[in-house]
Write a protein that binds this ligand. Sequence first.
Ligand SMILES: Cc1ncc(COP(=O)(O)O)c(C=O)c1O
Length: 335
Amino acid sequence: MEILDNILDTLGNTPLVRLRRFSPTGAPIAAKIETFNPGSSVKDRIGLALIEAGERSGQLKPGGTIVEPTSGNTGLGLAMAAILKGYKLICTAADKIPKEKVALLKAFGVEVVLCPTNVPADDPRSYYKVAERIRDEQGAYLPYQYYNQANPEAHYRSTGSEIWRQTDGTLTHWVAGIGTGGTISGAAKYLKERNPRVKVVAVDTVGSVYAYYKEYGALPPPERIHQYLIDGIGEDFLPETVWWDYIDEVVTVDDKSAYRATLQLARQEGIFCGSSAGAAAEAARRIAQGLPDDALVVTLFPDSGERYLSKLNEEWLQEHGLLDEETGKQIPRGR
Ligand SMILES: Cc1ncc(COP(=O)(O)O)c(C=O)c1O
């Protein structure tokens, strides 16, 4: 019989798919499609790992409460593991997150606390600080994916080893978005331990701090840190889950290029992902253009476009100046 014990047993071993039409010239690109995970995102990989880290450290007791600041995907990863292990979960989130993500968390019985987006991370109203307050008031376990080494370590064990096995160790470049940095860092360590020549490129947004930090070793001046429209990557502070020693380069992708690539992936490859996948794909394509045929660029698509349908539609894209000649005319008018 092929009956799995519970839904978490379907975690990982997501497929690696060639992007022949999206990037027809230059080195081949393969994308790891993380929507095949049980909660449809890459963050399922860290949900269980973060909870087990709390159990090991004694911060999480049987029947206890977990609180985490999350844009949604980590919340869902945590939710599935919390449900199966009998914990209560509270998620704090910035109020810019798509309403679908809030609805999704609530469907899993998660308590969601929305906090203002336009305040600095150290402001008491920020979703980070609100999570800390709930931890202190309720004696909850705060996994803190931005500081918990169980986050990159989960990607070392799963994402990195899967990519190595699926490519028979032949990849030459690992290109992935950087949010907490867990995905890129953990997988990079695994891959570079197997082959130190694998080049690791993190994909950042315009308005975030990482690219500037990689170049100058300091945070950018405040006027260079600003809001952007890509979901899930880029930060306005430096998390401790970025393992800088394994990251060779940080490139930035602007909002328009990321959304354009997101729509191209849907129309040319039949792969509908969120905008962080569009950013990763765009960066991977630029890198692949300058490489010989025998190189192999591996990237990763963190989640599904279905999670952002209130943004990935003509009205919203138009309103934010994200449509151009090519992508605009292909979106059928809704009315
Ligand atoms: C949609 C999406 N893409 C990419 C990322 C970045 O992954 P990481 O936090 O491992 O750097 C995240 C993280 O929150 C995300 O939600």
